[in-house]
Design a protein around this ligand. Structure first.
Ligand SMILES: NC(=O)C1=CN([C@@H]2O[C@H](COP(=O)(O)OP(=O)(O)OC[C@H]3O[C@@H](n4cnc5c(N)ncnc54)[C@H](OP(=O)(O)O)[C@@H]3O)[C@@H](O)[C@H]2O)C=CC1
Ligand SMILES: O=C(O)[C@@H]1CCC=N1
Length: 269
């Protein structure tokens, strides 16, 4: 793509997007402008990626055709409303902030602004992200395709209606945290069984990654895949019995209900 791309804020998630853009060859470093308030961080990003450092958020807004807002949710509206008048007429703003709605973004940026709200997750850092894309009515098919291509350069991305954003946060944005807890717990048990810790993390993580891959690649129902592991009177069915007894499914569902409720609360300000 020949567009100029800007980043306002470039921490964990901003770097995942920036890294994906460059690694996929969709943009060259000289097409990218980045601003963060700490000059040393801008210098580090310039050094690491060869991108253009910007001296202010205004400079990014004035320069770029697609501007990623990658600051924390609590300052997103303030940061964007302060520079709303600096954007070019046709510029597209892409927000990754959790809980900040298209309506709140339009109030900050102006109701004539093309905006896409997204929800990525941290596996983006290792090219295995999952991102939802929610455009406002003004974003064009080309804008949507460009943003899908950017997020697909480091994982999967799909267009999702805004009313589904809370399940997206539950099942994808926040989900890596619960999966890490599951991996940690499995590794603890392996250590209890005598395995060295580093080896236990490797076995646990590979089991989770391989199982996820089977769901995605075989198209089989997760229950059928589970049944394939459970030999009659074998070891696995013993573990399944205890997980059912201890309420694994209901713990996960209730945890995600709390997550979705919080996401909804944040959206209401
Ligand atoms: N972490 C996650 O799992 C997910 C996060 N998100 C969303 O991503 C967004 C960013 O999160 P994350 O990358 O984790 O956060 P980080 O704290 O890693 O990065 C925040 C960035 O914002 C910059 N910044 C701070 N204040 C300003 C300001 N006033 N103007 C411009 N830039 C500023 C920081 O710069 P400096 O370091 O120089 O202060 C830093 O580069 C959030 O809105 C979050 O909701 C979405 C999905 C998943
Ligand atoms: O915990 C949070 O609020 C953000 C949203 C998705 C992941 N982290």
């Amino acid at each position: 793509m020949e567009k100029k791309i800007g980043f306002i804020g470039c921490g964990n998630m901003g770097k995942a997007i920036l890294g994906g853009l460059l690694a996929s060859g969709q943009a060259r470093a000289d097409q990218i402008w980045v601003y963060t308030p700490t000059p040393e961080n801008v210098a580090e990003l310039q050094e690491e990626y060869g991108i253009n450092g910007a001296g202010s958020a205004q400079e990014v807004a004035q320069t770029a055709d697609i501007v990623f807002s990658a600051v924390k949710p609590n300052i997103t509206v303030k940061v964007l409303s302060d520079i709303a008048s600096s954007f070019n007429k046709e510029s597209l703003v892409v927000s990754i902030a959790a809980g900040v709605t298209l309506d709140q973004l339009a109030t900050a940026l102006g109701h004539d602004r093309k905006i896409i709200r997204t929800m990525p997750n941290t596996p983006s850092l290792v090219q295995a992200g999952m991102t939802s894309i929610t455009p406002n009515a003004l974003a064009t098919a080309d804008d949507i395709d460009a943003v899908l291509a950017i997020f697909r350069s480091f994982g999967e991305a799909e267009v999702v209606a805004e009313y589904l954003i809370h399940p997206v946060v539950g099942v994808s944005g926040s989900a890596p945290a619960y999966v890490f807890m599951f991996i940690e717990a499995m590794a603890d048990a392996a250590v209890l069984g005598g395995m060295p810790r580093a080896q236990a993390y490797k076995f646990a993580a590979q089991a989770v990654m391989g199982s996820a891959k089977m769901v995605l690649e075989t198209g089989k129902h997760p229950g059928e895949l589970k049944d394939m592991v459970c030999s009659p009177a074998g070891t696995t069915i013993e573990a399944v019995r205890v997980l059912e007894e201890r309420g694994l499914r209901s713990a996960v569902i209730e945890a995600m209900q709390a997550c979705m409720a919080k996401s909804e609360k944040l959206s209401k300000g």
